[in-house]
Design a protein around this ligand. Structure first.
Ligand SMILES: CC(C)(COP(=O)(O)OP(=O)(O)OC[C@H]1O[C@@H](n2cnc3c(N)ncnc32)[C@H](O)[C@@H]1OP(=O)(O)O)[C@@H](O)C(=O)NCCC(=O)NCCS
Length: 207
């Protein structure tokens, strides 16, 4: 899909491999929830892991994972390019095709807690979606300077449009911060009462 102009200076485009360091930086800036800090304690070594083992590796080896960027054409980064202000990652594969979602954890991550969290998310996704073909919204993050300006919506909309075109469903395991954004795009919360993460599905139009 090509770029999409908006009335603001924010533009959605497919990301390139050169964007991955900026994507990593947005990830650390946006995901400030305490649990993220416990699972991925911020350090130079962890930043290298997020860059190389996680995102660069996925970018190079998983063509079914679509990395998107939102840039602000009215602002420049240090290289003089439009500033990257938000990113999203849509995974068009089903879990069994994709395999393990994360690389082996960094040694400073609490192994058991990471495994428990991720296995719990995978189990929920299986419970809610089963074999129903769907696209998975893996991540969406907007730099705090740019939140509530529509970048997150653009990233969610991209995958919803693709899902509608291909007549498939969509799924996201949503944080409390993310849930209202997904609701706005037609996702419904299927999680049991009281759960920290919302298991949200957007059923295909012909379901
Ligand atoms: C969640 C997040 C991606 C939203 O990005 P954003 O660029 O601010 O989203 P938008 O500006 O497109 O918001 C669209 C709509 O979503 C809803 N929304 C977004 N953020 C919200 C918030 N913090 N609280 C309540 N509603 C929110 C609103 O309805 C908003 O429309 P409005 O501003 O006209 O009211 C961003 O807050 C973020 O990066 N959070 C930290 C990382 C995270 O939790 N990501 C989601 C993981 S599931």
């Amino acid at each position: 899909m090509g770029s999409t102009s908006t009335t603001s200076s924010l533009v959605l485009e497919e990301a390139t491999i050169e964007d991955v360091p900026a994507i990593r930086d947005i990830w650390f800036a946006a995901f400030t929830q305490p649990v993220i800090g416990e699972l991925f304690p911020d350090s130079p070594a962890m930043r290298q892991w997020v860059l190389n083992d996680w995102h660069l590796n996925d970018f190079k080896t998983r063509p079914f994972q679509k990395y998107l960027r939102v840039v602000d054409t009215a602002s420049r980064d240090e290289q003089g390019r439009p500033r990257l202000v938000a990113f999203g990652k849509w995974d068009l594969s089903m879990p069994q095709e994709r395999g393990r979602r994360f690389p082996q954890w960094h040694p400073s991550s609490p192994y058991e807690r990471c495994e428990e969290l991720i296995n719990g998310l995978e189990k929920e996704r299986m419970r809610v979606m089963g074999d129903e073909k769907h696209y998975y919204l893996d991540t969406v993050g907007t730099h705090p300077d740019y939140q509530r300006r529509g970048a997150g919506s653009m990233l969610v909309q991209w995958g919803c449009d693709l899902a509608d075109r291909d007549d498939v469903s969509a799924y996201v395991d949503a944080s409390k911060e993310g849930a209202p954004l997904y609701q706005k795009h037609g996702f419904v919360d299927y999680s049991p009462p009281g759960s920290d993460v919302a298991s949200m599905a957007r059923r295909k139009k012909t379901a």
